[in-house]
Design a binder for this molecule. Structure first.
Ligand SMILES: Nc1ncnc2c1ncn2[C@@H]1O[C@H](COP(=O)(O)OP(=O)(O)OP(=O)(O)O)[C@@H](O)[C@H]1O
Length: 351
């Protein structure tokens, strides 16, 4: 265990560890100004994403988990520049997308796509499926009309939809079928990186597994790198290679999925894991004591000083209200932002 209280050191270590990564995020921030009163005067800001760094290996899935309001969607959108980041860099296949001009960004979009949570609002109800899937192909000058139809057929096969569905409107499809159209549209140009923003949470439980299955199959076949955003940690057990746990705009734990499930090293991760019933006995074994997550996530405008989780943390002690803890390296691929891992506080209750 070592204390990494120097930002440069963290960046260097991350870069070395993930030399073959497809996605590298460093110091990403997105702050939203808050305006109040008739004159809409600036009255503060919401630090939705506040200095986040992580990377994703090529063809891998990084699961991003946290309660509602922790900043997951904003992070996914800022990474794709669907909202402009306030600071930081996002490298996708070596290209810092934050640096791209509008024209360059438009071209680069074929490499990075998103699947939205709600397929109903993300598909234009007036357009046929053909028009919806063809849109990115046309924008990026993919072949002639015949080649585009062939590609649409291929994509419908890929998401297990009958080819004749290309002549249907979204209103004639079930929720799961609409989401499959959303996936077909996102992968139409064979992107390198796709953000999956709660891709199954608006769907019936019965169709969720099917959607996950399709996403995994496509990833395997095309080697696509995923950021899988969810508030459902149990979903990530079989889907993610690595996990990032987010709380009030910051990552509090990052690690490979096995390690985080077996031995969650941040009290927040432990609390999230305690709340799910599908943790296996093997996962429970290392840390049998369960912790309940009490209270609500604080208003991000009134973020506690020091460790932001301390207002809800059963293990909080004096140091937690001082400086925010750094990320402590805890294994080959696991780190947690918690003073319980600092040698200076080893006297504290053994958890
Ligand atoms: N356009 C915006 N203007 C101001 N604040 C915003 C904006 N978008 C998001 N926020 C705030 O940023 C914080 C993070 O929101 P975000 O939607 O990214 O969280 P989330 O973890 O994805 O939550 P959910 O699971 O509910 O989607 C919240 O406090 C939210 O109110």
């Amino acid at each position: 265990m070592s204390l990494t209280d120097n930002a440069d050191e963290i960046v260097t270590r991350g870069a070395r560890k993930e030399a073959d990564s497809m996605v590298q995020v460093e110091g990403l921030k997105k702050h939203f100004p808050i305006h109040e009163g008739i004159l809409r005067k600036r009255a503060g800001e919401v630090r939705a994403v506040d200095g986040v760094s992580f990377s994703i290996g090529e063809g891998q899935t990084f699961g991003l988990v946290g309660e509602s309001g922790s900043g997951k969607t904003t992070m996914g959108r800022a990474m794709l520049r669907l909202t402009e980041p306030t600071a930081g860099t996002v490298r996708i296949d070596g290209q810092n997308v934050v640096d791209l001009s509008e024209d360059e960004l438009k071209r680069f979009r074929q490499n990075m796509q998103i699947v939205h949570q709600d397929p109903t609002s993300s598909l234009n109800p007036r357009h046929r499926v053909k028009t919806i899937i063809e849109a990115p192909l046309k924008i990026h000058d993919y072949g002639d009309a015949k080649e585009r139809i062939e590609r649409i057929e291929e994509l419908l096969d890929m998401v297990d939809l009958p080819r004749e569905y290309m002549y249907r409107h979204p209103g004639q499809l079930s929720g799961g079928q609409k989401q499959r159209v959303g996936i077909a549209r996102a992968v139409a140009l064979n992107p390198k990186f796709v953000v999956l923003d709660e891709p199954t949470s608006a769907l019936d439980v019965s169709v969720q597994a099917r959607i996950v299955n399709i996403l995994q199959r496509i990833q395997k076949e095309y080697g696509i790198t995923y950021l899988f955003i969810t508030h459902d940690l149990s979903l990530l057990r079989n889907v993610a290679d690595r996990i990032g746990v987010m709380y009030l705009g910051r990552l509090v734990e990052v690690g490979d999925v096995q390690s985080v499930f077996r031995t969650p090293e941040h009290p927040y991760s432990r609390a999230l894991l305690s709340a799910i019933s599908t943790v296996s006995d093997a996962d429970k074994q290392a840390k049998p004591e369960q912790q309940k997550l009490e209270g609500e996530i604080p208003d991000p405008r009134e973020k506690p000083s020091g460790c932001a989780f301390r207002s809800r943390c059963p293990r909080a002690f004096d140091a937690c209200s001082g400086e925010e803890p750094s990320m402590y390296e805890l294994g080959d691929d696991q780190e947690a932002r918690c003073y319980l891992h600092d040698d200076r506080y080893r006297e504290e209750p053994d958890w």
